[in-house]
Design a protein around this ligand. Structure first.
Ligand code: AMP
Ligand code: MG
Length: 355
């Protein structure tokens, strides 16, 4: 299979109408199209066509019990796929849709088991990204889409990342530039009366609480999950979002942490490893001139930029054939909760205290 790579005119999507029409034709005949969203690139198929959805699992090498998010391009479409929408869910929809929040509802039978991973619920997202909406609208059906990467790898934040992972395995990639948020959507369950956070993201706990009051936080977000646990969300699994490069997270007060990171990097280098330091702009000067490869995450005082760059930097570790890389832990508040959630999994919970 040859993968068609198509750029869009970001400033005037109507100029790219032909691209979207072609993408919609592929979806209608049961094919796979990768498309940009504000979170990460998605790998889309007709959510109502179980044969098409199965192809997503094959292309990604994704376990079939790992459900997909169904994307819609307008609010009325929700009624066609969700059985019940609780009052709290309504509030979240009002506050955050379109945007990087996925909400789980009891599903209608029109959603095949392949899409919901055998669950009786469906995860729904209404993306904000204009190209994503144009694409979904052109398709005329809800679009099932997980991240457009090989299962287990860091999520793709550019069309190039998708091409690296899935070239030849999917029909088309729509290039809409770099993803704005760079982390997958926040996922909450709104089944029943309560709201439960299943995956942290750019819509933070405080933002959710401001709209619906107290929420439950799934315990796997904060603690190292049991490997035998059947995950409610794949991001809950032990290792995920992982480069081949071995990532170590260093915890501790700043001065101590950077010193220890440099020590670990130099020691690895002396042992013949190709070692990298993933650094913030504030810490960078400390690591220079040590023969270590430095990868820039952006300013620590601007955690949104760090979130947007994280997966790209993790992929760069592999592009540079680093065997190990060291990164400082971030405070787990605000968007930091989502950053650390992805980072811990990328590192396979390899976390060490600065000594
Ligand atoms: P991805 O976009 O690759 O991160 O995958 C979609 C995410 O949504 C995964 O974390 C899924 O487990 C999660 N998800 C989708 N549907 C459901 C559902 N019905 N219940 C819980 N999690 C879900
Ligand atoms: Mg994913």
């Amino acid at each position: 299979m040859e993968t068609l790579f198509c750029s869009t005119d970001e400033n005037n999507l109507r100029k790219s109408d032909k691209v979207f029409k072609r993408a919609a034709e592929i979806i209608k005949r049961g094919g796979l199209v990768a498309f940009p969203t504000e979170t990460v690139y998605g790998l889309g198929a007709n959510a109502l066509n179980s044969r098409a959805v199965k192809k997503i699992y094959e292309a990604k090498g994704r376990p079939s019990d790992n459900p997909l998010i169904v994307h819609i391009a307008s609010l009325p479409e929700l009624k066609g796929i969700a059985e019940e929408v609780s009052p709290k869910a309504e509030k979240l929809i009002d506050a955050f849709w379109p945007g990087p929040l996925t909400i789980i509802f009891k599903k209608k039978s029109i959603i095949p088991d392949e899409t919901s991973g055998g669950l009786d619920t469906v995860a729904v997202r209404f993306p904000e990204n204009a190209a994503a909406r144009y694409f979904i609208r052109a398709c005329g059906v809800p679009i099932a889409a997980p991240s457009a990467n090989t299962s287990g790898k860091p999520s793709p934040t550019s069309a190039k990342h998708v091409l690296n992972d899935l070239n030849g395995k999917i029909d088309m990639i729509i290039d809409g530039g770099e993803a704005e948020f760079g982390l997958e959507s926040t996922i909450v369950s709104a089944v029943g009366e309560e709201i439960t956070l299943l995956r942290p993201g750019s819509v933070t706990v405080d933002m959710l609480k401001e709209v619906v009051g107290e929420i439950n936080i799934d315990k796997t977000i904060l603690t190292k999950p049991d490997e035998n646990l059947r995950p409610l969300a794949p991001g809950m699994k032990y290792k995920h979002y992982s480069p081949l490069c071995n990532i170590t997270i260093v915890k501790g007060e700043r001065e101590k942490a950077v010193k220890y990171m440099a020590e670990l990097g130099e020691k690895s280098k002396a042992e013949g490893e190709k070692a990298g330091i993933i650094t913030t702009e504030e810490d960078r000067a400390f690591f220079e001139n040590r023969g270590l490869t430095l990868l820039d995450l952006g300013r620590e005082s601007d955690p949104e930029t760090i979130a947007a760059r994280l997966f790209k930097v993790l992929r760069t570790c592999d592009d540079l054939h680093l065997s190990c890389a060291f990164i400082k832990a971030f405070p787990e508040k605000g968007i930091g909760l989502a950053i650390m959630n992805r980072l811990k999994k990328a590192a396979g919970y390899n976390i060490t205290e600065a000594r």
